[in-house]
Design a protein around this ligand. Structure first.
Ligand code: NAD
Length: 477
């Protein structure tokens, strides 16, 4: 059973509702048990973080940064170790896991810039003999609630920026992929951070709700599905906390008739089937504009059918398993629904379901329309819908009909089409000739509309704004 980290102690939870199995999705074997901590465990973690806050918030910035550089060095030494852990309990390929670790470390790199990022500003002589100075202070104890699909990268979006700004932190890893957060916490202690700066409480809904309403927690960073993002936002805001809550996605890839299939086909495969489609930036609907479908469909179909499905730690595998059998069955259910609603099944990956583990192969449905379930609901698996649109305007209108607005991307050789798309599409992360429009650590990451609740996005200078509060001092001598 995984222990919680309370202060410097690894502890078995005191209360809560038992435990859940953690699986290797490539085999279906149970590899660990994760406790479902309760309100008392959450309280112990928040108390430990609150206790540590007094000294940590007053620790010199250069000392906090020195420890952050050490953490960065320790992470660099453990890239392979972390990648293996991700693949073992999430299922993605080792190459994808290494990529995830790298993107996570980039946030630590960014956090090492705290001496610049935490600066305030000054205006002398704002009126006769009066100066005004803006200082940044930490907000207090912050909590992070990540989803299952990036067990290392998403916790790293959260606690490094929070703690380098002088906050202390309680991390509640996903109960389906808790081993990433667990290992990060061990490495964080190895880097030399004082006890209580980072605490870990394992669990699910009960632990989350205890964090959302705990009076000792000042800020909540959440990433997960859209309905839970809304619940987190509403509940934590009602308790007076600042909240950033990133939700689900239904991302559209618009393909113009002038797009080069040699570029577009591999990009769509990467976008739709990378991470087995379990990615908030996954392309879910490819909208073929005008004649684009004629040049796209055959090569896309042929290439998708050739993708190698299998355990993520095997060389040559391109698509790993899904996270759980019930999730895989839900995704497969969407294929049936799509066909029942009139879509054409052009690549069927359901043959892979007979393997041990939680597999589903790449699947493509053609002639999908936005009113079909597969045309507007998040599927979160290796199922690509292809829809048709007579014009760019119509393609953008299709994307903008979605309740969710995380990412949208266009493939074209026309600057005019690209610019029009950039201006009109309602998505917080927009791509032009890229499969995945992922902002780097020094830019803000988040969607629009139902994909995001809050105002400050994660990482980049938004992250610094989120984890600090400002004080303005007005001085006359
Ligand atoms: P999820 O919403 O089921 O779980 C996310 C977290 O919330 C977990 O830590 C879980 O323990 C907790 N949780 C789950 N149900 C809860 C409830 N009813 N009350 C309180 N807490 C609850 O999401 P998931 O299945 O782990 O992750 C996949 C989802 O996350 C997808 O919808 C995906 O699009 C989204 N996601 C979004 C982004 C983004 O940047 N917008 C990034 C990654 C994943």
């Amino acid at each position: 059973m995984l222990p919680n980290l309370i202060g410097s102690q690894w502890r078995v939870p005191a209360d809560g509702a038992g435990a859940l199995p953690v699986y290797n999705p490539a085999t279906g074997e149970v590899i660990e048990q994760v406790p479902l901590s309760g309100a008392r465990d959450v309280d112990a973690a928040v108390q430990a973080a609150g206790h540590a806050y007094a000294a940590w918030s007053r620790t010199a910035v250069m000392e906090r940064v020195r420890l952050m550089f050490r953490f960065k060095a320790v992470l660099e030494e453990h890239v392979e170790d972390l990648a293996a852990i991700i693949t073992r309990h999430h299922g993605k390929t080792l190459e994808e896991s290494r990529g995830e670790v790298r993107r996570g470390i980039e946030v630590v790199d960014f956090a090492c810039g705290a001496p610049t990022l935490l600066q305030g500003r000054t205006l002398r002589d704002v009126s006769g003999g009066v100066d005004q100075d803006l200082y940044r202070y930490p907000v207090g104890v912050c909590a992070g609630i990540p989803p299952f699909n990036f067990p290392v990268m998403i916790p790293l979006w959260m606690f490094p920026l929070a703690v380098v700004a002088g906050n202390t932190f309680v991390l509640k890893p996903s109960e389906r992929t808790p081993l990433g957060g667990q290992r990060l916490a061990e490495l964080f202690l190895e880097a030399g951070f004082p006890e209580g700066v980072l605490n870990v409480v394992h669990g699910a809904r009960e632990a989350v709700d205890a964090l959302l309403t705990h009076p000792g927690v000042a800020a909540i960073s959440f990433v997960g599905s859209a309905p839970v993002a809304r619940h987190v936002y509403e509940t934590a805001a009602a308790s007076g906390k600042r909240v950033q809550a990133l939700g689900g996605a239904k991302n559209h890839i618009v393909v113009m008739p002038d797009a080069d299939p040699e570029v577009t086909v591999p990009a769509i495969l990467n976008s739709a089937f990378g991470n087995a489609g379990e990615r908030c930036l996954a392309g879910s609907v490819a909208v073929a504009v005008g004649q684009a479908a004629d040049r796209l469909l055959d090569p896309l179909q042929a290439a998708a059918a050739k993708l190698v499905v299998g355990p993520g730690d095997q060389a040559g595998v391109q698509v790993g398993p899904l996270i759980r059998a019930d999730h895989r069955d839900k995704v497969a259910g969407y294929v049936d629904k799509g066909v029942a609603e009139g879509a054409e099944l052009v690549v069927d990956g359901r043959g892979e379901m007979s393997r041990p583990g939680f597999f589903l192969g790449p699947t493509i449905l053609d002639r999908v329309t936005p009113d079909m379930a597969v045309g507007h609901e998040e599927i979160f698996g290796p199922v690509l819908s292809v829809s048709r649109a007579p014009s760019l305007d119509e393609a953008i209108a299709q994307a903008n009909r979605m309740a969710l607005g995380n990412m949208a991307t266009i493939f074209t050789q026309s600057g005019r089409s690209a610019r029009e798309f950039r201006e009109q599409v309602e998505a917080g992360m927009t791509g032009i000739n890229v499969p995945i429009a992922q902002p780097f650590a020094f830019f803000p990451f988040s969607g629009w509309k139902g994909s995001f609740y809050g105002d400050l996005h994660v990482h980049g200078t938004d992250g610094i704004e989120f984890y600090t509060r400002k004080k303005v001092v007005v001085t006359r001598w």
